[in-house]
Ligand binder design. Sequence first.
Ligand code: SAH
Ligand code: SF4
Length: 381
Amino acid sequence: MTTNLLDLDLEGMVGFCAALGEKRFRAVQLFRWIHQKGAQDFADMTDLAKSLRSKLPDLCHIERLNVLSRQDSADGTIKWLFDVGDGNAVETVFIPEDDRGTLCVSSQAGCAVGCRFCSTGHQGFSRNLTTGEIVAQLWQAEHFLRAHLGRSDRVVTNVVMMGMGEPLQNYAALVPALRVMLDDHAYGLSRRRVTVSTSGVVPMMDRLAQDCPVALAVSLHAPNDTLRDELVPLNRKYPLGELLDACLRYLPAAPRDFITFEYCMLDGVNDQPEHARQLLALLRQHQGHGVPCKINLIPFNPFPDSGLTCSPRPRVQQFARLLNDGGIVTTIRKTRGDDIDAACGQLAGDVLDRTNAAQRMARRRDAVAHPIHIVRNERQA
Ligand code: SAH
Ligand code: SF4
């Protein structure tokens, strides 16, 4: 098996070239051809020396993901289902807005955290994606979209690691992938336009602050440990106090001066005024001075067998009002791509489970008949 060049960040590419006796600028050239121009064939890389161009196919390749399906929503949202082998598939979602284009990227096939309200969590864990598989989602989406939309400039302006999987449980593959996203010779995204969302893997939050401090979103979902233990089982290992301490430690390195907390609104579970008051007390009084933050309320996106429903709209609005009145900037996430199951927590990526596919089809018909909400990503500069 030859080297998949999508597995390499720039330093990796420099090392790869050095082993061939090639200088750093060759690595930069290769990087630009692949990521900025979308080249897949070495023969197209016309400014590389002919001798190198003819040598490369024996040593390396650029590995595309097979597209199992692509769905286009009426609102412009596009969802890809990518085959990652052995019956596993992952989903990637592009969400266009007036002033940006956000790509929601997956980090694992399945997820081991097993949150109660998450379809990926219910599916269990299959495996970590490689750096190349994480990067390929951006590489393929960006170059597809440029051709599809007839654009020569950058289409994806923001990346959120909010697809399938817990990114901080796939740390070794994640960090080089983030570096590719940030590299000026590749996608050149600023650190505030790349967001890692985590259910709270505390030690890895500290490492991310050191290694690659991008914007951080923390999935909170509950204002106390008893409830969070139920909803996000990882809380039993890293309870709220430790998680908020880690948020405070992350802030000095972060590209923004606040943490975004995600809070999924579950009918009768975590959406009462008392929960809002507890949340305010927790976030404003932690360590005596509180945690600088914003809160994003995500309307729960139902999926079969979850046994949960979304809080009614007035309750979500009341919850937001209580938090805003209490001094924490809170927004309610708009939902997008509902007709193609592209919402938060609806990403399941299952291709082999026929029963589930039938249920999904039924749900899709239902969604078209009763269009409700779906995720719009949080406003990010
Ligand atoms: N594992 C990471 C990132 C992927 S999940 C994390 O948990 O943060 C991305 C976001 O979608 C998280 O905030 C998660 O809580 C939310 N989410 C999961 N299932 C959902 C559902 N059914 N409805 C609404 N949001 C959901
Ligand atoms: Fe995993 Fe995030 Fe889903 Fe929880 S919400 S199961 S951490 S993907």
